[in-house]
Design a protein around this ligand. Structure first.
Ligand code: TK8
Length: 339
């Protein structure tokens, strides 16, 4: 019946988004196009991961699905690209979880400062029932979360002074991602935070609109932030996951076979991206110093002081994130630490 509906020539010529097909492309030979855009540039592991996704999907569907890749915010910032998925003008984007909290508040849980002590715990918690359960919440927003990729541990840079302890944040104009918890955490540290899309950040630092920002070393180096920033500290204050998002209206129209292909490709490319990202974050701190940045190591005692300063913010956001989500994520962290 489905084949007949697709016509004897084996499928309508429609692309994936006009809904005229029989609701599934099984057996049809029409090609679909995935427009995939990210905010980081083409040197970053995130883009190399996206190229890996393209390679796997085009190979496994024998060209039935084509992937067009865009980087450096060519299709907009994270929030705009996520909205593009909801309206159907783009099929894939891979934002940080922080801006995603504007669509599903529970994703703010990953902005709880110092939640993950290391990447081993982060990996286990993201793979846990709680971590995977958060992805399910995206479906109500016409979004499908196919996999967690890695942005990494975030570190503060600025053009004014070395950040050694809480006092050094006083009055510093810091750009934060567009997420209230993230913003309030830097308020609690005494900084003067400004939420801003990543696409505007370099210019804002260049013009002095902001003194600093926070991102993993790979981003700081590959986006050439060392050209406009003097100081970097290993605050490691938040571990940011990326989420590989697909438009649900596009995903739903795929055949079961092609659904499986894109799901597996997102996971496999994510493992590849994570490997490259960890190698990058290992080597780029040294490169930042070679480019003239001054590195300041945060002592464990001073990091504890930062944790205490932001704790009231965590309590304030428990209800917004969801008491159950916060409770479960802490349980998963404790469980992962013991394994
Ligand atoms: C890139 C962003 C970036 C994030 C930020 O699109 O906004 O600072 O860390 O990686 O998602």
């Amino acid at each position: 019946l489905v084949l007949a509906a697709c016509g004897s020539e084996g499928g309508s010529s429609s692309s994936g988004d006009d809904g005229s097909a029989s609701g599934s492309d099984s057996g049809s030979k029409e090609t679909k196009t995935i427009k995939a855009g990210i905010g980081l540039n083409d040197k970053h592991p995130q883009y190399k991961g996206l190229l890996k996704f393209k390679e796997i999907v085009e190979k496994k569907t024998d060209g039935q699905i084509k992937v067009e890749t865009y980087h450096s915010g060519q299709l907009g910032d994270d929030r705009t690209m996520t909205e593009n998925l909801q309206t159907g003008s783009q099929e894939v984007t891979i934002p940080s979880t922080a801006p995603l909290a504007n669509f599903v508040p529970a994703f703010s849980v990953f902005d709880i400062p110092f939640l993950f002590p290391n990447t081993e715990v982060a990996d286990k918690v993201l793979a846990s029932e709680t971590g995977q359960g958060l992805l399910k919440k995206l479906e109500s927003q016409n979004l499908v979360g196919l996999a967690y990729w890695e942005n990494g541990f975030r570190d503060v840079t600025n053009s004014k002074r070395a950040i050694k302890s809480v006092e050094d944040f006083e009055g510093l104009k810091l750009r934060t991602m567009e997420n209230d918890l993230h913003l309030d955490a830097f308020n609690a540290l005494g900084a003067n935070p400004t939420p801003m899309a990543f696409t505007e950040l370099f210019t804002a630092m260049q013009q002095g609109t902001v003194d600093g920002q926070e991102n993993p070393y790979a981003t700081i180096y590959l986006q050439k932030f060392y050209e406009v920033q003097k100081h970097v500290s290993n605050t490691h204050h938040v571990y940011s996951p990326f989420v590989f998002l697909m438009s649900k209206s596009f995903y739903d129209k795929l055949s079961d076979e092609n659904k499986k292909i894109v799901e597996e490709a997102a996971v496999e490319a994510g493992k590849y991206e994570k490997k490259l990202n960890r190698e990058a974050n290992e080597k780029y701190l040294k490169k930042l110093q070679e480019e003239g940045m001054t590195y300041t190591e945060i002592s464990e005692e001073n990091r504890e002081e930062m944790k205490e300063a932001v704790q009231p913010v965590v309590d304030k956001y428990k209800s917004k994130i969801g008491e159950d989500v916060v409770e479960n994520i802490y349980k998963e962290v404790e469980k992962a630490k013991k394994e």
